[in-house]
Design a protein around this ligand. Sequence first.
Ligand SMILES: [Zn+2]
Length: 65
Amino acid sequence: MTHKKPFLPEKMCPVCRRPFRWRKKWRNTWEQVIYCSQACAGRKRPEGLSSSAAKRKDQRSKRGY
Ligand SMILES: [Zn+2]
């Protein structure tokens, strides 16, 4: 068989820790895709959710708020 396999980029989902492949629906947004599915995007860890809050806290403590 000389049929070439199309190369599909892969990413690892930080929630379920599984690699997932490029999909057509992501052809324009692949760079921004982080999670393998909406389910995982909704299940992201509280760490991720509070990271911006933690940053703010950090800035505050640096400023001596
Ligand atoms: Zn996932």
